[in-house]
Design a binder for this molecule. Sequence first.
Ligand SMILES: Nc1ncnc2c1ncn2[C@@H]1O[C@H](COP(=O)(O)OP(=O)(O)OP(=O)(O)O)[C@@H](O)[C@H]1O
Ligand SMILES: Nc1ncnc2c1ncn2[C@@H]1O[C@H](COP(=O)(O)OP(=O)(O)OP(=O)(O)O)[C@@H](O)[C@H]1O
Ligand SMILES: [Mg+2]
Ligand SMILES: [Mg+2]
Lengths: 256, 256
Amino acid sequence: MGKTIVIANQKGGVGKTTTTINLAASIALAEKDILVIDTDPQGNLTSGLGINRDDLQKSLYDIYTEKQPIENVIVETQVPHLYIIPSNIDLLGVEVELVERHGRERILADAIVKVKSSYRYIFIDCPPSLGLLTLNGLVAADSIIVPVQCEYFSLEGLGLLSRTLKLVRGSFNPSLDIEGILLTMFDPRNALSHQVAEEVRKFFGDKVYHTLIPRNVTLGEAPSHGKPAILYDARSKGAQSYLSLAKEILNENGIR
Amino acid sequence: MGKTIVIANQKGGVGKTTTTINLAASIALAEKDILVIDTDPQGNLTSGLGINRDDLQKSLYDIYTEKQPIENVIVETQVPHLYIIPSNIDLLGVEVELVERHGRERILADAIVKVKSSYRYIFIDCPPSLGLLTLNGLVAADSIIVPVQCEYFSLEGLGLLSRTLKLVRGSFNPSLDIEGILLTMFDPRNALSHQVAEEVRKFFGDKVYHTLIPRNVTLGEAPSHGKPAILYDARSKGAQSYLSLAKEILNENGIR
Ligand SMILES: Nc1ncnc2c1ncn2[C@@H]1O[C@H](COP(=O)(O)OP(=O)(O)OP(=O)(O)O)[C@@H](O)[C@H]1O
Ligand SMILES: Nc1ncnc2c1ncn2[C@@H]1O[C@H](COP(=O)(O)OP(=O)(O)OP(=O)(O)O)[C@@H](O)[C@H]1O
Ligand SMILES: [Mg+2]
Ligand SMILES: [Mg+2]
């Protein structure tokens, strides 16, 4: 119960949020209780699931400032079995506000402990940085999924990410595993896409998922309707690819 | 002389670095001396211009830590007239290291003053965040170019960016103008692309450049060869669109 998976990559726009939304929704639709946590002050996960950030009474920020216990901050989404700890803009201040606080990299980990047993999986979406918010995600997680866009800069960023994982294992979370590497926005007509996929497989071997997420219009449109792709257009390649990823992950984790 | 333009957007992967590389190269090829500054610890601008980050003796970090004057940190690129202050991974520590330092948001601005007159334009590439590194870029600049990817999340991020610009003008840099808004990765076959373009034009009016940057394989491939698109494949749509953007900007600034 409550396997906590962080979805992280310091490179921007590689599909962290899109993966969190659609992977979580796919598993939730298999009637398993899933919690997603939006640790990005930009709040794309929150709005991509149809939650109005301006109306938010409580958010992840209240957990960091110890104003609310985690149970009070979790809300339902329009997807049955899918719950969220939303983010709002106050999170922007957190990195600076907590610079002096002891144990500041463990705040999320300590909060999650209290609700871990209520969910099959907990997914943590991270901002494109290696600051305190992402660090909390890496420290709280059992394992990491790394979305890698099939582009040169994204490939280049893997060295830095690997070094960061080593550091985190060395100092804060020795049991942080790589759940898997997910190739995103794969374009089969594009030679560079194939080259990046090859390089990533050389480097990470069978940690790379067989499922490739193709570039698909549905994945870009669905968040503008506040829905995961599977509720917006279940037959789309985008929705189907994340369904297939969900099956791959559930099989690996021995859940059918 | 030395108009300083920051290229910023907290949303990841919208084309900040691609725009900095290709806009700067296009103007440099018109034989104007151009300086680009890589303020992203990820260093995509640096590697995209063919500079080996592991061999770097000096970088932007030395300016922040006051170990080197700005003149010592500027290096040539393989593009005639194009110079760079490179970034390396040490920049990751800067936000935390400088949290106590007085005037920490002005360090880049104060350094640039000494070399401003040597260049026609200075372009500052920012990381996908609103932290101290981006703030230094916003404070140092005369104006900002905002690349906006034709996708929903990128559109959504404009509200936050506008509020940030207001804050920066209010507290640090009253004369920060919007140089222009650049629609990137535009796909004419994609209804969402058109919707985002429309929304952006509603919001920003004639600040939006007429030049649209199309999705083009060349723009993704060129950095893997350490070159701007115009040296990699000058006839590509990608290279041509940034050439056209450069003309638009030079005309607006009264330079032919
Ligand atoms: N497979 C896909 N096909 C088409 N569009 C996609 C796909 N995956 C993601 N997108 C779109 O690309 C953009 C970037 O994706 P997303 O926001 O999920 O990346 P991210 O890594 O979370 O970005 P950030 O670093 O800013 O948090 C978004 O506008 C998203 O809707
Ligand atoms: N017009 C385009 N056509 C095709 N690919 C593009 C285009 N513009 C950018 N890219 C590619 O898309 C990815 C994201 O672009 P880029 O890195 O320039 O964005 P960024 O805003 O600087 O990202 P970050 O927020 O991580 O700094 C890169 O791999 C780049 O090569
Ligand atoms: Mg995201
Ligand atoms: Mg960049």
